[in-house]
Design a protein around this ligand. Structure first.
Ligand code: 8X3
Length: 248
């Protein structure tokens, strides 16, 4: 009797926020999940909680990406989640190092992992790549320059990948969240809690679970259905910086 094996989902940036929530949701949907991140202590805790497999991954380090991808024998779903913003300065004042770091993690990180796992996705016969973009990849906003540029590049990468894979059984989807309350803003503002809290002040932002549910929904559609892209905003948000805030 042949035993049907569960499909394998790979999630990057899985130690917190949308990545960790996605791991939980995909495990619930019956996937064998392989998760990667730099913070192994957090990943191991999530592994104990969910049964997902934890592997060290720094998407900005080619050797780390190679080792991570070499350890993956099967991949039916790839969730490119690792990413983030650094700073909110104007172009006149921005630090080029922040741009380099943002391009490295958001753009080249997606390229590296997708490129190396493409053979596994092809072998699947029914695969899905879901990349977590951002409203910043659709709409420029003041203070967004470097992150806008990086996430617009991610959108381009996703769209070209879909063109290249036409005719193959691999779906390509990009989910673009707006305001989600995670560690995102703390990282962006270098641990400045006041600035980070101000992003969400008085509004009812999305949660990591809200976006993880979208990922789980996308990858569980019938194989003929490709959800091309999703822009997911809080009800309190109509564009990157137009946010309704309740005052106390
Ligand atoms: C979404 C967050 O600040 O670019 O990634 O709107 S933001």
């Amino acid at each position: 009797m042949s035993v049907m094996k569960a499909p394998v989902a790979v999630v990057t940036g899985a130690s917190s926020g949308i990545g960790a929530a996605t791991v939980r949701h995909l495990v619930k949907e019956g996937f064998d999940v392989v998760m990667g991140a730099r913070r192994m202590d957090r990943l191991e805790e999530l592994a104990r909680e969910t049964g997902a497999r934890a592997l060290s991954l720094d998407v900005t380090d080619v050797e780390s990406v190679d080792a991570f991808c070499d350890a993956i024998e099967r991949c039916d779903v790839l969730v490119n989640n690792a990413g983030g913003a650094l700073g909110a300065d104007s172009i006149a004042n921005t630090d080029e190092a922040d741009w380099s770091a943002m391009f490295d993690v958001n753009v080249l990180g997606v390229l590296r992992v997708t490129q190396r796992l493409l053979p596994r996705l092809r072998e699947s016969g029914n695969a899905t790549v879901v990349t977590i973009g951002s409203i910043a990849g659709r709409e420029p906003y003041l203070g967004g320059a470097g992150y806008n540029a990086a996430k617009h590049a991610v959108t381009a990468l996703t769209r070209v990948l879909r063109l290249e894979l036409l005719g193959e059984p691999i779906r390509v989807c990009q989910i673009d969240p707006g305001m989600v309350e995670t560690e995102f803003s703390m990282v962006r503002f270098g641990g400045d809690k006041e600035r980070a809290d101000a992003v969400y002040a008085g509004a009812d932002p999305l949660t990591a679970d809200d976006i993880a549910e979208c990922v789980a929904w996308v990858v569980t559609r019938p194989s003929r259905v490709n959800v091309d892209s999703m822009l997911v905003l809080a009800r309190d948000q109509t564009s990157a910086q137009r946010v309704h805030r309740r005052t106390a």
